[in-house]
Design a protein. Structure first.
Length: 93
């Protein structure tokens, strides 16, 4: 994986913020009871799927920077694909 662990966490938080769930995800990323990265990715991908088909959320997403959204989507996709194919992820520098 070309991205770092911090970039993946930032990408997860990017989408969490779009969906007004940033505080919840920050607690899962940085709090005392941390979720694993596979759990966080599953959760945010599920949320992304639900939000994409919510017409109100869809319009809000279109207003946001499409370039930023795409960059963060690709980082999460790269992580999920590598985890699925190898069973583990090796982060970039």
């Amino acid at each position: 994986m070309k991205s770092t662990k911090q970039q993946l966490e930032s990408s997860i938080l990017f989408f969490a913020k779009l969906f007004n769930k940033e505080d919840n995800y920050k607690a899962l990323v940085f709090g005392d009871t941390r979720a694993t990265l596979p759990e966080l990715v599953r959760m945010i991908v599920y949320e992304m799927f639900l939000q994409k088909y919510d017409p109100n959320a869809w319009m809000q997403l279109r207003i946001k920077s499409l370039i930023e959204e795409n960059r963060n989507y690709l980082i999460i996709h790269e992580y999920a694909t590598e985890l699925n194919e190898k069973g583990f992820v090796t982060f970039g520098d």
